[in-house]
Design a protein around this ligand. Sequence first.
Ligand SMILES: [Zn+2]
Length: 69
Amino acid sequence: MIPLPESVGGALREIVRDGSPIWQLRCPMCEQWADIDDDQLHGRVSVDHTNEGCSYHETHDFAALAGLP
Ligand SMILES: [Zn+2]
């Protein structure tokens, strides 16, 4: 697990599902782990939890914040 800066909150982790690596974000508001795609990981599109009973809807370059290569 890679904690994200406090200004952004939450954390990233990489899991393997069916043999494929998948990044997940722990939402800083609802604390739930959710899959994010490559566009969300790199801040090209937003992460929107608003249809899951959470008000989190933000766009960040999580890969850069986490120091991923
Ligand atoms: Zn959330």
